[in-house]
Design a protein around this ligand. Structure first.
Ligand code: CDT
Length: 314
């Protein structure tokens, strides 16, 4: 008997500034219903799924910034998604801007949650690798101000027992870093959920623009294979506020192979039956960490040479 999760990767097309949470949740519900019709157990939506990708705009007014954040989850606008998923018996995951209160202080994170089939939030992840910059850089056609609007996540890369497997989450830029997958791999992760908003154009390095799609799949396929895990990559894509963003949402097997891929730059559901038992052959042979991994022999460049690696200052 296989341990199978039928996953729907629910790619979203552009969300404009004037679109309300209700507009977006209606689109998410439409994808949820399609997923239910296709026998899904789990629906995965992108990073910052509820609004336009606001870090592209420089803002100083805290009230204007906070309008993009959710002080409660579920809140009034997202409750229908929780209710309908529970009624249909589907788990789901999506990203949002989280306004959190702790010890009398306000914190802002780029967050994703995992909700089980009973409608309970069973996992929360706060984005650790925040790309971009903190100050306005007028030379750019659009900004990438995640370092301005979010704190670095403080929850680590967790892995949760859910839907019959071990499920972890990461968010967008995290997928480019091998540590992301390895930290979860060391916790026996079997499925990594990753939403993203990736502009085609990277203003500081435009020579990489034509490789945006290639790099997207390169990192997720490598992370999957090197840790023997499924990876579900889900885009918010298309020309949002005039900024083209990549699509190519993908469901990637522990072999590193893409088993389903979106072909549009709009709302689109791709579905695959993900057998979690396909992880074991990788975890028990080529990537049997206990048998073959030798971290005690790797050494640290900084310790051996005393030199900082290039770029470490900036
Ligand atoms: N959302 C996000 O993390 N996007 C980044 C863009 C990098 S360019 C500053 C990404 O890695 O896709």
């Amino acid at each position: 008997m296989t341990r199978e999760i039928v996953v729907g990767a629910a790619q979203l097309g552009p969300i404009e500034k004037e679109h309300t949470r209700r507009d977006v949740v209606d689109r998410m519900l439409a994808l949820l219903h399609r997923a239910h019709g296709m026998g899904c157990d789990l629906v995965v939506y992108p990073e910052l799924a509820l609004t336009s990708f606001f870090p592209r705009w420089y803002m100083e007014d805290q009230a204007e910034i906070d309008a993009y954040f959710e002080p409660a989850m579920p809140g009034n606008e997202t409750q229908p998604l929780f209710d309908e998923a529970k009624r249909l018996g589907l788990g789901f995951s999506f990203g949002y801007a989280e306004l959190a209160e702790a010890d009398g202080e306000t914190h802002r994170f780029n967050t994703s949650i995992l909700v089980d089939k009973a409608g309970t939030i069973v996992g929360k992840y706060r984005k650790i690798h925040l790309p971009g910059h903190a100050e306005n850089e007028p030379y750019r056609e659009f900004q990438h101000l995640e370092k301005r609007y979010f704190e670095v996540g403080d929850l680590g890369f967790g892995v949760w027992p859910a839907l019959g497997g071990n499920i972890g989450m990461c968010i967008c830029n995290d997928r480019r870093w091998p540590e992301t997958y390895r930290v979860m791999g060391l916790q026996n992760v079997e499925m990594v959920l990753c939403g993203y908003n990736t502009p085609v154009h990277n203003p500081p390095a435009p020579e990489m623009d034509n490789l945006s799609n290639f790099h997207n799949h390169l990192v997720m396929q490598s992370g999957a294979y090197q840790n023997g895990t499924w990876v579900i990559g889900v885009a918010k894509c298309g020309p949002e506020a005039g900024v083209p963003m990549i699509g190519q949402s993908a469901i990637i097997a522990p072999s590193g192979e893409i088993v389903a891929q979106a072909t549009s730059l709009d709302d689109e559901l791709i579905v695959a039956a993900c057998d979690l038992d396909r992880c074991a052959p990788y975890k028990s042979t080529v990537f049997n960490f206990a048998a073959h991994r030798r971290p005690e022999h790797y050494g640290l460049i900084v310790e051996r040479t005393g030199a900082e690696p290039p770029g470490s200052g900036g």
